[in-house]
Design a binder for this molecule. Structure first.
Ligand SMILES: Cc1ncc(COP(=O)(O)O)c(C=O)c1O
Length: 376
């Protein structure tokens, strides 16, 4: 079954009691038990399991081609669930340049627990090879990366990691399974901020970890989800499950817009450099073309000709691009990343990140053009 069909039908059965085509929202936190104390209808309390969450998890596992999925209250709760698989003394390899909150978890939450991380350039396999220690248990990939759209060769890193007994988890938030399915390339786990393209409308928070196989890792994630309790509400699960039905259409149309914008910005006199893996000038374009199936996503960044103030001036002058954090929604957003990433940021000070939405691309081009021309 194709992704589009799965996104509509998996975990979205007709309601057996009413025949409703759109699924109901099960807000109940508790469920009646059988006379013998069992729960033959499948649920007893919403923290460990809820019908809306189960439907969402089944669909997300199917979209990524995984065996199972565990959903969380945010992408950050999902990444921390993966880090909780580690034990004191374990070692992680993670990208220097990635979503800053993930690296912050490794620095501020994992290090005090005795879990050390080496941050390397994941696009350089030699650097990754050199970073392994006897205690390396996990390699974290984020591709394309946030915000510089670096591309890590998933198959190569999986090969290196599995030879040395380490698990590989890939943050697939930017690409989405529409363009990239890391489990098919050998990754053990895929993680998403569902707040982004899965939710797609900037109105629901969530995260998910999808496992390639059932087994001990899957069971530990399931146990952590229930015990730590950072679970998404039934309403957020319902919203995200509903949005998945249009995931492919949205991501394809947004990607088309982003590609056109990247080409436009590449030729603009006020732009120093564009970061978009779909451009042949991107340093990892060949790898991206191999592992991303037909599209390069709807995120891009660019450096304004000038300094940080010039970048702020451009973001201050857009009318359609909204100055706001986050990404993946139907509305286009613009953000100066370096100023919000904190002291470990490696993002150029004149870089602006765009989350490209579903507006007409000519309007988006005109908006950026007038903002850029105002700083000439
Ligand atoms: C690539 C990536 N991963 C993870 C996260 C964290 O997700 P959340 O904000 O849902 O916790 C984000 C948030 O921006 C992100 O961009």
């Amino acid at each position: 079954m194709h992704l589009e069909t799965r996104s509509i039908h998996v975990g979205r059965e007709i309601d057996p009691t009413t025949g409703a085509v759109a699924p109901p929202i099960h807000l109940s936190t508790t469920f009646e038990r059988d006379a013998d104390g069992g729960f033959s209808r499948g649920y007893f309390y919403t923290r460990p399991d809820n019908p809306n969450r189960r439907a969402l998890e089944q669909c997300l596992a199917a979209l990524e081609g995984g065996a199972d999925a565990t959903a969380y209250a945010s992408g950050s709760a999902a990444s921390f669930a993966v880090f909780n698989l580690l034990r004191p003394g374990d070692h992680v390899i993670a990208p220097i340049e990635a979503y800053h909150g993930t690296n912050q978890q490794l620095r501020d939450l994992c290090r005090p627990l005795g879990i050390e991380t080496t941050f390397v350039d994941l696009t350089n396999p030699d650097a990754v090879r050199a970073a392994f220690t006897e205690r390396t248990r996990l390699v974290w990939i984020e591709t394309p990366s946030n915000p510089m759209l670096n591309i890590t060769d998933i198959e190569t890193i999986v090969g290196l990691s599995h030879d040395r007994g380490a698990l590989v988890c890939c943050d697939n938030t930017f690409a989405t399974p529409v363009w990239q399915r890391p489990l098919e390339q050998g990754a053990d786990l895929v993680m998403h901020s569902s707040t982004k393209y899965f939710g797609g409308h900037s109105d629901a928070m969530g995260g998910v970890v999808i496992v390639r196989e059932r087994g001990e890792v899957a069971e530990r994630l399931r146990a952590f989800q229930a015990i730590a309790g950072a679970v998404p509400s039934p309403f957020d699960c319902w919203l995200i499950r509903r949005s998945l039905t249009t995931l492919s259409c949205r991501v394809r149309a947004q990607t088309e817009n982003a590609h056109r914008l990247a080409e436009f910005l590449s030729g603009h006199p006020q732009v120093e450099r564009v970061f978009y893996p779909g451009l042949e000038s991107h340093p990892h374009h060949i790898v991206a073309r191999h592992q991303m199936k037909g599209g390069f996503g709807a995120m891009l960044s660019f450096c304004v000709r000038g300094d940080e103030q010039a970048a702020f001036a451009v973001a201050a002058r857009t009318r359609l691009f909204i100055r706001a954090t986050s990404l993946g929604g139907v509305e286009s957003l613009i953000e100066h990343r370096a100023s919000i990433e904190g002291p470990h940021s490696v993002t150029p000070r004149n870089l602006l990140r765009l989350s490209v939405g579903l507006e007409h691309v000519d309007d988006l081009i005109a908006d950026l053009d007038s903002a850029l021309r105002a700083i000439e």
